[in-house]
Design a protein around this ligand. Sequence first.
Ligand SMILES: Cc1ncc(COP(=O)(O)O)c(C=O)c1O
Ligand SMILES: N[C@H](C=O)CCC(=O)O
Length: 429
Amino acid sequence: MDIKNSKALFSNAQNFIPGGVNSPVRAFKAVGGDPLFIKRAEGAYLYDEDDNRYIELINSWGPMILGHNHPEIKEAVIKAVEMGTSFGTPTAKEVDIAEIITKMVPSVEKVRMVNSGTEATMSAIRLARGYTGRDKFIKFSGNYHGHGDSFLIAAGSGAITMGEPNSPGVTTGTAKDTLLAPYNDLVAVKELVDANKDEIAAIILEPVPGNMGLVLPEEGFLEGLRKLCDEEGIVLIFDEVMTGFRLAQGGAQEVFGVTPDLTTMGKIIGGGMPVGAYGGKKEIMDYVSPVGPVYQAGTLSGNPVAMAAGMAMLNYLYKHPEIYDGLEKTGGKLVAGVRATLQKMGLDYSTTHLGSMYSLFFTSEKVTDFETAMSSDTALFGKYFQAMLKRGVYLPPSQFESLFLSTALTEEHIAQIIDANEGALKEIL
Ligand SMILES: Cc1ncc(COP(=O)(O)O)c(C=O)c1O
Ligand SMILES: N[C@H](C=O)CCC(=O)O
């Protein structure tokens, strides 16, 4: 595969951008080789600067659930740009998007738009603290909530991939208020709550973590957290930046039937533009300024072009609920094919799957938390990644990221990915 243009760009980029990238995992450090510079994308494909074509299994880290350059989203963005790119005033589009979000995610009675998932989680924690008058919160090892200081403690995603789950630069003062529990371990959470009686403002979690690879909640875990939060006056925050509008219109909370107090959103909500949001019970959301005392603001929040993209995406998903069954079937076929190959080759690697999210872990342990995810052979994953890339399939460049499928994938693409998987495993083992 000729990637000389990508190589030249990466070499020059390193002169001006730390590591040559604007987000660490993109640098391919965990899988070796040079990152590909992407020129354009259409449907299920990415095209790099050397005009190589790849079947897409990241989809911009989740947002592109309808594949790339979907005509309805493209048209909405072009129309919005023609009206002006930013006003810094309220707009009709913000009301429309807030209304549709509350319809799709009924636990969200009021919502505030921000510019990224990171802003959404930072704001939600501040709100929970302001509302309860308590300082501490519980997060789960290997869950990732963006790069806010108080979340960069045993963080997943790029933080594990780069070997920095606890980032330097986070003060001891900040870190002391972040309490850590193992994901899926209700007993450990109860012990933490007992040891910090009346001091915990919130429990925040990815209800279905995708940032240590895909991990599923065990039966009763989410329900147990809900009950505990009710008993202890703790705000339960589902970080649905990844799972929101992806696992169902109403996200993981709809799939598992557990209702959080606050929800953080991002990715799909912006249709590919930089958008995040946090919302939930009216009573809590009315603590946000200018109604309440908890301050949060943003020059570009509710940006009209971003809102147009997000609205087109949400409208499409709202009108086409059948896509979720379709994505579940596509995911099911892909994972069945991969499992069949593993069985045929006598391999006991672990797979996880839910709807349009999927992971293959290079470990024989059942992956249920950070510790079991970390038992994966990351060097082998790196070889697998390169072998898949050579076969025209673009995976997330880290063992600790979920794969994301889109509606643009056809049966033929799935068959190609299953073949590539078999070829890649035969090459590396
Ligand atoms: C669950 C989750 N929360 C928060 C974030 C942060 O979002 P962003 O990268 O848009 O800041 C991400 C992804 O980065 C995420 O996957
Ligand atoms: N896993 C991260 C968000 O979901 C990936 C995005 C990034 O770190 O660039």
